[in-house]
Design a protein around this ligand. Sequence first.
Ligand SMILES: [Zn+2]
Length: 371
Amino acid sequence: MVVFCPKCKPASAPCGRFDRKEKAVFVIGVAWACEKEFIGAPRKPEEPDAMNGLWTPQEMSRFQCFSANPLDRQAALRSKPGSMAAFANQEDVVFVLASGGHFVFQKISEKMTCFLSRSSLERFLPVSDEHIFLGLDDARNRRPVFAVQLMQNPETLMEAVFADPQYELIPLRQAAVQQRVSHEDFGVLAQANALLNWHYTHPRCARCGGDTKMAEGGYRRDCVACDAQHFPRTDPCVIMLIQNERGEALLGRPHNLPENLFTTLAGFVEPGETFEDAVRRETFEESGIRVGEVRYVASQPWPFPSNIMMGFHGKAITTQLNVDYEEMFDCRWFDRSEVEKMLSGTAETGLFCPPEISIAHQLIRLYVQGY
Ligand SMILES: [Zn+2]
């Protein structure tokens, strides 16, 4: 059996971080991980999960970027009078600061962090109790973590950041690709980015058009005119690797993706639709391929701005393509060896697959492994 590390290069092209005998641990029967090198890798089943003190199964979802989040969200305290202000005034409180999807990172002793102390935040704007409460950090002595967005004037934030070399303002997606902080910190940033974007785009009441104000620590907005309550939205998407009976994978390139990049098909779940039927409908609409059996693999929060990606593998029951060229630039069947080269960036054709931060990469990697 050929095994691959979800983090490193395939075992067939060792990168020095993969040691099947000593470091590898088995994950839900289909993949292996470098126990020491991959942050967020599975722990032994009998050990408590360090992320929340409880034992939880090591689901494949934990391996996705933006999926591991050590915060205890303390939902019950959000409505307790004074609790948010008390957390904001704690000495060890930290903040993530963003503007337009860019986050402020601070370099401390050659390491990058996305968590700013009170004094660091006050370099950019005053601390108030109107910030979004993300939770208590179980990985760091349960210190409170808040998210802050400088909406009024992003240029002001840029000027302040660029004036001090210990700070950088980096788009979240770029920071993830470059792995500027730990695997678990990106889970916090995903939570922050989705919430910050929701507040930024929902200043008005959808019912009456009146002004809304933040409530419940940032997990609700209340209309000041009609008292309607509005809650953060998460948009479900399906993303799927479809195989035909010859073992070939269906990959496509929507018009908005870079040239030569082929990835799994994907689309939004519609009202009144199961995830499985969304997989079948989206695949048929984009490629003309009918899908039978559908199997759930993993999920991934995708905070651009607020999607939850539900990853599936599915079996095609037809093979004749009928591509929707309005939506897709191209859509093709690829055999396993070709996909393996595309995934590792060694295809003679120059075609390649998405980077590791996306669940598409993991779905394709599992396919290459024979899943
Ligand atoms: Zn209203």
